[in-house]
Ligand binder design. Sequence first.
Ligand SMILES: Nc1ncnc2c1ncn2[C@@H]1O[C@H](COP(=O)(O)OP(=O)(O)OP(=O)(O)O)[C@@H](O)[C@H]1O
Length: 264
Amino acid sequence: MGNRKTTWHYQTDTLNIKKITRNVKHKLGEGGYGYVYRGTLRSGNEVAIKILKQSKAHGQDFIDEVATIGRIHHVNIVQLIGFFLKDSKQALVYDFMSNGSLDKHIFTKERDKFLDYKKIYEIALGVARGIEYLHRGCDRQILHFDINFEMLLMEMASRRKNWVYDHVNEGESVEMDEVVEKEREVIKNMIIIALWCIQLSPNHRPPMNNVLEMLEGDIGNIQMPQKPLIYPSDESVDDDRVEMELETFSTSSSAPIISASFPF
Ligand SMILES: Nc1ncnc2c1ncn2[C@@H]1O[C@H](COP(=O)(O)OP(=O)(O)OP(=O)(O)O)[C@@H](O)[C@H]1O
């Protein structure tokens, strides 16, 4: 990965996905848009090839979308290095990420494979930098609707998919017997930042550059936000506040400029 330019090796008439994947007939996984296979280029470089299922974009539309994604160059964002297009068959070629998907690491049940908190913090920072680049660093603003970053942060910090507001607000420790005090502080801060990010009203949520500042800043300086309204089975939330927040939400000017998260 890195800041190298996208190279469009694969043109329509040279489409031969089978050839590239012939040596390693290895399915890496499946996402909402198709299967992902591991392959090897003639250069020896390993790639991940996502063969798209049903695409709404055809021909020039597909190429335009690919060109947009191809302009994204950031060390924390997997690099698109090429594409295939032949008739209705479309595929995207990415650098191969040997560590696989992040969720596999966050939610592993094997204790010896748990990421340590330094690593979790580094990953959170990397994800935040990647998103901040998409929001502000590209020549077009890109909103990635697939990343609930804030939830990712929460899940990474607590290694579980649940809500932790009350624990943190009441000064209780999140269950982390295995970590030392300093690490607790780092994790607590990550959770507080995540709680800022899930405020219902966009006006109450910090922009990504502030999220980055908070992540990189002094531990201990981050204030607790309001209790997020998106809170399961919470009978204490009063209806007026919900109305008020929803009002702000619907009249907010922080509307997306462009959605470009693989809209094929
Ligand atoms: N560049 C890559 N390197 C290594 N493995 C990859 C790569 N891209 C995808 N994979 C594997 O393929 C799986 C499916 O990826 P894909 O991007 O299609 O879906 P997703 O991100 O899980 O979901 P969505 O389709 O909603 O984006 C991933 O979980 C991962 O295991």
